[in-house]
Design a protein around this ligand. Sequence first.
Ligand code: ATP
Ligand code: MG
Length: 421
Amino acid sequence: MTDHPTEAPRPATEPEHSPPKPPPLRRGRSYFVHYGEVGLKKGNRPYFETRLVRNLHYTLRGLRVMGIHRIYGRLRIDQELDGDRGELLRRLSRVHGVSHVLPIERFGWDLGPIEARLAEWAGEGGFESFAIRCRRIQKSYPHRSQDLMVRLGAIVGERSGARVDLRAPEVEFSVLILNREVILSRERISGPGGLPTGTAGRVLHMLSGGIDSPVAAERLLRRGCHLQFVHFHSSPFTDRSSIEKTTELANILTRHRMRSKLHLVPLGLLQQRIVQDAPARWRVMLYRRSMLRIAARIAGWNQCKALGSGENLAQVASQTLENLAVLDETVALPLLRPLLSYDKEEIVEEARRIGTYEVSTEPHADCCGYLLPRRPVTDGTVEEVREIEAALDLSEELEEVHSRTEVVTLPDLDREPPGEE
Ligand code: ATP
Ligand code: MG
């Protein structure tokens, strides 16, 4: 598509009526951002909209955006002509709360320039069927929607040689009549939907470097949570590969979306104690309960109201219903497990879609793989684990681990996301 300045066009012919003056437009490009679920929240709508606008300002930094305006239940973004259009659309398609985006062109009420532009688009060809959709929000506009559709459809049909298909057209031209202007569009880019980040509170998410936890993070982001991340590693007993991977994953999840933090916790010392002094079958559960305790403390320092994880019912020994119950009672904070009922294929598909799969499948030294027992406990009870923990007394190691925790600030925009040069 050729970029078209949205300067108010001069009427080609004398109008037969006296339309309102078109608004004074600066040279630039415009986009409509539609938000699905945000629009449904009646009383809270201004709160969600304000948050979405704020998030969009953050996301679109550096792309020469002139303004973001609320109009008719959608947002209009205006961008300078020399701003990067492709990058703007790419970023918008990742903003939670956005259902879809339309690049638009703005005209006055006069039909001449509108017909000329549609004829130009039709002349570019490349489609065999099309539909024209007209909506008249301003009812005093002198042409009825139905008449407009017929009139404009005839022009497009004649110019392109394509047929009208109202049910499944290859291209959809939309014409929206507003108070002082007419909006044309022919392209629609899907967004992720959901709710704007930050509207559902702050969560500390446990990121392991595997496939599941980044997908779980995306699900929480989609419900409006603001995330910080925590990763447990066994360095210096293992290499730093899991740290590298997790930083990369956290960067993909936050890039152009929000500022955040990744807490890197060295669990090795504590794991050594568990391996030495606790029954082997309980090792993984003891690692996990320690992780939760540490995470809860970091959450407290960072005003996070819940912990998130990629746990999935019955996926592995530590995720049987009995063991999940043993994990649940470790800390008072709610544990959010958005993938609890997913199939692995569904998770993998989503990981590919959000761009984390490739990084997640690179090999890394997993801290829970550290001296794994041959037969881990699958039906643990709270009484048993409490007894083992009381005998162990890990309080010293827990303090040590906290004092050695590092914090990385996100996102790191200098890190190229995978697949982009
Ligand atoms: P995989 O795709 O290998 O299953 P996973 O991330 O789901 O990766 P699991 O062993 O199933 O790993 O762990 C369940 C959940 O526990 C993870 O999704 C993650 O939220 C949390 N977790 C496990 N290990 C770690 C770790 N080293 N650091 C932070 N969180 C972890
Ligand atoms: Mg898993």
